[in-house]
Design a binder for this molecule. Structure first.
Ligand code: N2P
Length: 351
């Protein structure tokens, strides 16, 4: 019996080498493993979580990050098609649903949906969780190094104090940064009054010479000691405080924002089934607990708490006291008025 082999194609040795390399490239040097592409916030998927899923499912997980919801939206609108998992915040989920960018979730593939606390389900931005699964929740506020910033700040106005020129960063995020300024001015961070937005824009333009950097990954600056103070999300402040215990976090007295970040699958996802497996994996209580330990944001899976150290089960960075919770607003999709926010923000950044 004649065996079929590359030799039987009449290939010479060097031709055979090219043939084999070619096949290896087609199959992928990793043996043709399926690849899950995750596009998320920095500090949201740890190596541990990634590797756990890779090992269990025999796949590769690639994690890429964005600084804000609008950058994520712009990427998808520009036709990026490689992403299987994205993690937009609440108001961005409603925008993406309207823009027809999200895939409907097949709930049969995500039985662990039942692990989610119903408090986090059926929210205004996706009334039946047709497209999104809650991942984490948190707030925005001020992270500051108490060994430098004295007295302790309690107002957004500290970011306009000349004393801290070049010593602080603001979030690179149009809704959050305009939102904090609107709160300082006594307005809603969901205003759609052009005059109020104009005032916030001008206030940020006046602040510009004092700002060291606009950066969403504020924990990196705080840990490195590049800034003594940052407009920052709660979990990132918490992570920085783990490394530098002199770091504190405060929600200013004028109030601030709170958010739920979600997990979604873009309509264009190349590996939808695998993405649903990944979501189901994230919702296992023991995996979800690891997420909380790493991200330092709140968990939407109550049983995850059984796997968490005591101090994380009710830390005030994650669970602010009731009177502070009352001062928080959710960012809401502003529809057509969103353009005005983008325009105002572009002007601030261009100065
Ligand atoms: C984590 C960023 C939190 C996202 N680095 C705020 N929606």
């Amino acid at each position: 019996m004649k065996h079929f082999s590359v030799f039987s194609l009449g290939l010479k040795k060097h031709q055979m080498l090219f043939f084999i390399i070619g096949i290896a490239l087609i199959v992928g040097c990793d043996g043709g493993k399926e690849q899950l592409n995750v596009f998320t916030w920095s500090g949201y998927v740890s190596d541990d979580i990634r590797k756990g899923f890779e090992t269990e499912y025999g796949v590769n997980v690639i994690v890429d990050t964005y600084a804000n919801n609008e950058d994520l939206l712009a990427k998808l609108q520009a036709g990026a098609t490689g992403y299987d998992i994205i993690m937009p915040s609440d108001y961005m989920v409603s925008i993406m649903i309207k823009e027809n960018l999200l895939a409907e979730l097949n709930r049969d593939n995500i039985p662990n949906l039942q692990n989610i606390n119903s408090l986090f389900l059926n929210k205004y931005f996706d009334p039946n969780n047709t497209y999104s699964v809650p991942y984490t929740f948190g707030t925005a506020g001020i992270a500051y190094d108490s060994s430098v910033v004295n007295p302790a700040p309690d107002s957004w106005s500290v970011f306009w104090d000349e004393k801290y020129k070049n010593q602080f960063s603001m979030l690179d995020d149009q809704r959050e940064t305009l939102g904090a300024t609107l709160k300082l001015l006594g307005y809603s961070l969901n205003t759609n009054d052009p005059e109020e937005l104009e005032q916030a824009k001008n206030k940020l333009i006046a602040q510009r010479p004092l700002v060291k950097q606009y950066k969403s990954e504020a924990e990196e600056l705080l840990i490195a000691g590049d800034v003594a103070m940052a407009h920052c999300w709660s979990g990132d402040a918490f992570r920085a405080a783990d490394v530098r215990p002199s770091i504190r976090y405060v929600i200013p007295k004028e109030g601030s924002s709170q958010f739920i970040d979600t997990v979604c699958i873009p309509k264009s996802a190349p590996h939808k089934d695998l993405a649903e497996k990944f979501i189901n994996y994230l919702l296992r209580p023991e995996v979800n607990a690891k997420i909380t330990e790493f991200t330092k944001y709140g968990t939407c899976v109550p049983d995850a708490k059984n796997h968490l150290p005591k101090e994380l089960q009710k830390h005030e960075f994650i669970y602010p006291p009731a009177e502070i919770m009352e001062s928080l607003e959710w960012l809401i999709d502003q529809g057509d008025f969103t353009k005005q926010y983008s325009r105002a923000w572009d002007e601030v950044k261009a100065k």
